[in-house]
Design a protein around this ligand. Structure first.
Ligand code: MSP
Length: 483
């Protein structure tokens, strides 16, 4: 039986079209999915859109559209963007899908019947931009620190989830890495949140929000948008809402997200799973947050970068590469067009592109034929001759989510190739055998690097692999024209 690998991104809110932040998570998930597929694992990669709740309701009204009409438009924009970026997702969850909504109702009914949901009252603060209940101590100068708006005061009868009931069991599981939260500093944050603040019961229904899934036993309420959204990770696999009935691929191997939504993912979400008698995800990996030129990205600042902007300038594969190498995975990153330009020119135009062009050109004009050995799969050497040491170091970094390190060792390999050429100057030699002896190992390195780059840059890598596996290697078109 092949190993299973299930990876998810958050379902993104449809209050806005995709930007580089969503793109970061989605491309990272795609790289992991492609890599695990290449390792021969049975892989499922799920992404999607979060379409209910007060925020979307208000946004649709502002756009003078029915919420569903509006959500259809933005969900399509997400699908299109991921297609353009060559994202290989196996599923796309929309929280307005019928199968999802039915399952959510079934699941909540089970939790209600079991006594895990009871009628209560919520009196307190609510940030509509987070779609989250807030405590005074969460605020900075009376505002939500993430959205810089004062939360609204709420006083509402609501069906309430007994989150507190699961506190001890969850803390234990998180401490023991049965639900592993990575990087370690994020785990520590969550453990300390459990220990210092603890879990209070949470409202799971809204009386004053129409745009949501009706509570099955009381249609005057709709389901709290997070309770609805979390279950996409199961319904996206075809789950029908039955407690204790795990769909194929569950539990998730990795759930990717940024720090903004870690707390809810390590409290409410796993508690719902325990209530529904399902396993917890194996890992949550929290990557960093992008700022642009030191500022939060936002429409009002006019500094939003859309994936299409990147593609237009650098092409699909280079955009994927640039996003992934903008920061150490797990650390915040400050991005800018200047940084992207510099990185593009240094690593791709002058790096990989230039080396591949020089070597293939020399091979072609000297009419040399090489027999290089390829990698059978990403990272697994088929023959000795391929670089096992390189593959091993790469594997270790990929396993540890150190994408930037994985890319760095590939860049170093290419730099070595550049150095060999500068030192030996094969273009000055008339001796064909000598030229071949110089070029062969460098060409082999290029082929190896291209194989390992496949999850990051699927199309360009294939091009290089095809070019350098040919009997007569020829100089092809420029891979990365200089900006
Ligand atoms: N709908 C909820 C998630 C529900 S999951 C059950 C949501 N949506 S969101 O559209 O706001 O997406 C948040 C996620 O998008 C972050 O956790 C992160 O994965 C990604 N990013 C959005 N902006 C980002 C940056 N500026 N930088 C990096 N990633 C960020 O929250």
């Amino acid at each position: 039986m092949p190993k299973k690998f299930y990876i998810t991104t958050p379902v993104y809110y449809v209050n806005d079209v995709p930007h580089i932040g969503h793109t970061y998570t989605t491309v990272a998930a795609d790289i992991l999915a492609r890599w695990h597929r290449a390792l021969g694992e049975e892989t499922f990669f799920l992404t999607g859109t979060d379409e209910h709740g007060a925020k979307i309701e208000a946004k649709a009204k502002e756009m003078k559209l029915e919420p569903k009409q509006y959500a259809d438009k933005i969900a399509a924009a997400f699908k299109d963007a991921w297609k353009e970026l060559n994202i290989s997702n196996d599923g796309f969850s929309r929280t307005t899908d019928q199968i999802h909504m039915k399952a959510v109702q079934k699941a909540l009914q089970f939790m209600y019947d079991k006594g895990d949901i009871y009628l209560g009252k919520y009196e307190g603060l609510y940030c509509r931009d987070c779609e989250q209940y807030k405590n005074e101590r969460d605020l900075v100068n009376g505002e939500c620190p993430d959205h810089k708006v004062a939360p609204e005061k709420m006083s509402e009868e609501c069906y309430t989830f007994k989150l507190s009931k699961y506190q001890d069991e969850l803390l234990e599981k998180i401490k023991k890495d049965e639900l592993q939260i990575l990087p370690l500093n994020r785990k520590n944050e969550i453990v300390s949140f459990y220990e210092k603040e603890g879990l209070a019961d949470v409202s799971f229904s809204r009386k004053n929000v129409n745009w949501g899934i009706p509570i099955p036993w009381d249609k005057s309420h709709t389901v709290y948008v997070w309770a609805d959204a979390f279950l996409n990770y199961l319904t996206g696999l075809g789950w029908d809402g039955s407690a204790g009935k795990s769909p194929k691929f569950w539990p998730a191997s990795v759930q990717l997200m940024s720090k903004d939504i870690l707390r809810v993912h390590s409290t409410i979400w796993p508690a719902m799973l325990l209530s529904l008698q399902l396993s917890l995800p194996e890992k949550i990996f929290v990557h960093g947050y992008f700022q642009i030129n030191g500022q939060k990205m936002g429409k009002s600042l006019g500094n939003v970068i859309a994936p299409q902007d990147l593609i237009k300038k650098y092409g699909v594969d280079a955009s994927r590469y640039l996003i992934m190498s903008a920061a150490a995975f797990g650390h915040d990153g400050d991005i800018s067009w200047e940084k992207f330009d510099d990185k593009y020119n240094a690593d791709l135009a002058n790096g990989l592109g230039n080396l591949a062009a020089r070597v293939s050109n020399l091979l072609e004009i000297n009419n040399l034929e090489l027999k290089l050995s390829g990698f059978a799969r990403s990272g697994i050497a088929r023959k000795t001759g391929s670089d096992k040491k390189l593959a091993k170091a790469y594997q270790a970094n990929m396993q540890a989510f150190k994408f930037d390190e994985a890319l760095k060792i590939l860049r170093e390999k290419l730099r070595d190739g550049d150095e060999i050429l500068s030192d030996t100057k094969p273009w000055k030699s008339k001796d064909k055998k000598e030229i071949e002896n110089i070029l062969e190992p460098v060409a082999q390195d290029i082929l190896n690097v291209a194989s390992l780059l496949k999850p990051f840059m699927p199309t360009v890598s294939e091009k290089i692999i095809k070019q350098f596996s040919a009997k007569q290697i020829k100089k092809g078109e420029s891979l990365f024209p200089r900006i």
